[in-house]
Each structure stands twice: as structure tokens, then as C-alpha cells.
Design a protein. Structure first.
Length: 375
């Protein structure tokens, strides 16, 4: 359809007294359903008059307006998520005996600090991703576990040399310095079960053992997590193309506060149950918060996550409420001219996002004012 104004030569001139309502007695309501990209639906109620389509309003318009904006428009898909501390795991005893010390729930244990005690012998937390599986002592064979131990000792300030896979005298000396700092006997050795490794500090969760309980290797003592909060999201299989590592998202917290984050993990399709108990296949996604302090008031909470689904750059857009139906097949907007009069202009619609709609047409330009009826 052409974007130019209709020919008014055959239209009789109209002289009318001021009208209490802008669109006159010929106004007819039309209901139009509009589907947006990415599964976002928008309903638009519009109205038009065939006479008004051909005749500009000459008196200055006094109602609500908004501006045609040139810029980027981005749609999104919303998914439910759960805010919680990362990497939940069960901490198991590494030795047999009587439990003589446990951390308090809700506290944090950092690398180099005591984690728990068995038979009055403390077990310390060190930093590393590999579990300990043998004694650390002079003469042991090379291995990645030795490099991990040396890295942790260096981070704690007890090793000057660059970490490697070989247990040397420097390793022995670093262990002795660390033992002395923690009121332990300077043996220069670490027996299996005297230390446990984690990627960083641990936040202590529910205790499953009590001081005085007998324990054995592999027996659970308490739950722990990392100290950073993440959002776990189960995305619909239909939206799997949106689950891309590094994608920036918006997280809406309880109370209406918003913060940003990015996708750090995308799992494989997993079958679970929906709210009605019906089976469904989802994509597990993990979102890290850009500002962890934004969620510091919550230990666990239900949140919503907006994931970008479509983007248009350098396009014209108006509020969705500015759309009118010129005909059953043609959308338009009502432009307010410099003299205060209004005229209807046909437009083509594109992406619907964030309460706005992409428009294009020969007679629309950035900066124009358009009518936005109060409905």
C-alpha cells in the first residue's frame, strides 16, 4: 500500500463545530491480534473512521502523544529461574573416627582454614579442583595433584618457587611453614584425609552429622556450596537456540529490582515434569550475575530471566498503543503535524518488543509525534 495521503479532490469540505470526542460519531472499534517474533504476543485494540482517513483534523490536538524513535529494538523470551548459591555438594569425611569439630551452617570457610575435625585432628580446606587420593610426601611420584598442592601453598604465601608436578625440598619446606602457622607438627608431609580441596571458599549448608558421631571415609558430614549466587533456568526445548554461552540477560529479582547477568553453562536436554506433573524436555542453563551484591539479600528465591530473542538495529518504533487499524488489512499511526492537526499514515509493522513496535512507511520519520490514545 502506498504511504502517500489519499486524494481529497472528490471529498466535500466539512465544517463541523468543536467535537467533544476526537473521532466523531463514525468511530468504530476494531480488535486486532498481533503476534510478535520469539513467541511474544501483543493484543492491539484500534479504531478508525473512513471519513477521518481522508480528512485531516484542523484543530490543534490536545491529547496524549509519543515520539517516533530511531534506534535498536530488542525482543526477549521470559523464563522462570531459581536464584541459589552455586555448586551444591556433600562434604564427606576423609577419615574414620569420632567427629570432634564441624563448621556452623551459613558460615564461609576459605582455603587454608579448618573445615572439620575427626579424633581431634583438624582437616583443612585447600584450593584445587582435584580430590586428594594419596599421601603427600618426599619421594612421591610426579603428578597434577602435586602441582595443585604447590599452587595452593603459593597462594597462601608459603612457596616462592613456580608450582610444578614434582615434590621437592621446596614443597616439603612450604608444608612445614604452613603447618607451623596452623599450630600443627612440622612433618613436611600431608597424610591422606588431612586436607580437602575445593575450587575456592565454601559456604556451609545443612549439617548432616553432629559432633560426637562416629564417621568413616565417605560418610556425609554436611552440605556446602560455593560463595557466589547463580540462577538456574530450565529453558523450553523450543527456545534452545537462545541458550548461547555469554549471552547477556536481565534478571528480575523479588520486589521488582532488576540486574544483569550472562549465561555461563548450557546443559544437555533433560526430561523433567512441568507444574501439572506432565513430562517435558528442558535445557538446563546457568546464569552468573554481573553484580553479585544485587542479590545479597536473598539466599534462595524465584526469579524471572529475560533472554534476548530478536534484535533490530536502526529502526523506527512507536508505542504499541499508537497503532490503529486503517482497514482490516492495514495498520497505521496518527501523526500530529506542526500546526496541531492530525492525519492517519499507513505503516508496515515489524518486531514487537518491550511495549514498542517496529514501523516503516513513506510518511513516517524519527521525531514525529503520534497519538497514543488512553484506553
Amino acid at each position: 500500500m502506498s504511504g502517500t495521503e489519499p486524494d481529497n479532490e472528490n471529498v466535500p469540505s466539512v465544517s463541523a463545530p468543536p467535537r467533544p470526542r476526537r473521532r466523531g460519531r463514525a468511530v468504530a472499534w476494531l480488535a486486532v491480534g498481533v503476534a510478535a517474533a520469539g513467541g511474544v504476543g501483543v493484543g492491539v485494540h484500534a479504531f478508525a473512521s473512513s471519513a477521518e482517513q481522508q480528512v485531516s483534523t484542523t484543530q490543534a490536538f490536545q491529547g496524549d502523544t509519543d515520539e517516533v524513535v530511531l534506534g535498536d529494538l530488542e525482543g526477549s523470551t521470559t523464563a522462570a529461574g531459581t536464584l541459589r548459591f552455586s555448586d551444591l555438594r556433600a562434604i564427606q569425611s576423609a577419615r574414620a573416627g569420632v567427629v570432634t569439630g564441624l563448621p556452623k551452617a551459613g558460615t564461609e570457610v576459605s582455603p587454608g582454614e579448618r573445615l572439620y575435625g575427626v579424633d581431634n585432628v583438624p582437616v583443612f580446606l585447600l584450593e584445587g579442583g582435584l580430590p586428594a587420593w594419596r599421601d603427600y610426601e618426599s619421594g612421591m611420584s610426579d603428578g597434577p595433584d602435586v602441582r595443585q598442592l604447590e599452587r595452593s601453598l603459593r597462594a597462601l604465601g608459603h612457596l616462592d618457587e613456580q608450582p610444578d608436578a614434582t615434590f621437592t625440598w621446596d614443597t616439603t619446606e612450604a608444608i612445614m611453614d604452613w603447618q607451623e602457622e596452623n599450630d600443627q607438627t612440622r612433618t613436611g608431609e600431608l597424610t591422606l584425609g588431612s586436607v580437602q580441596f575445593a575450587d575456592g571458599a565454601l559456604r556451609i549448608g545443612t549439617l548432616t552429622a553432629s559432633v560426637g558421631d562416629r564417621t568413616a571415609p565417605g560418610a556425609e558430614l554436611f552440605e556446602a556450596t560455593g560463595t557466589e549466587q547463580v540462577v538456574n533456568v530450565n529453558m523450553r526445548l523450543a527456545d534452545q537456540q537462545l541458550a548461547v554461552l555469554g549471552t547477556e540477560v536481565t534478571v528480575r529479582l523479588p520486589g521488582g529490582e532488576e540486574t544483569t547477568g550472562h549465561i555461563t553453562s548450557v546443559g544437555t536436554p533433560t526430561e523433567t515434569e512441568d507444574g501439572t506433573g506432565q513430562p517435558q524436555t528442558v535445557i538446563p542453563v546457568v546464569v552468573a550475575l554481573d553484580d553479585p551484591q544485587a542479590a545479597s539479600a536473598f539466599q534462595e528465591a524465584s526469579v524471572t530471566v529475560d533472554i534476548p530473542s530478536a534484535r533490530r538495529e536502526d529502526v523506527l518504533s512507536v508505542p504499541v498503543g499508537a497503532l490503529i487499524a486503517i482497514t482490516p488489512q492495514q495498520f497505521g499511526v496518527e501523526v500530529v503535524d506542526a500546526d496541531g492537526g492530525t492525519r492517519q499514515v499507513p505503516v508496515e509493522t515489524g518486531l514487537f518488543a518491550g511495549g514498542r513496535v517496529e514501523i516503516s512507511g513513506d510518511d513516517v520519520a524519527a521525531g514525529q509525534r503520534v497519538v497514543v490514545p488512553q484506553r
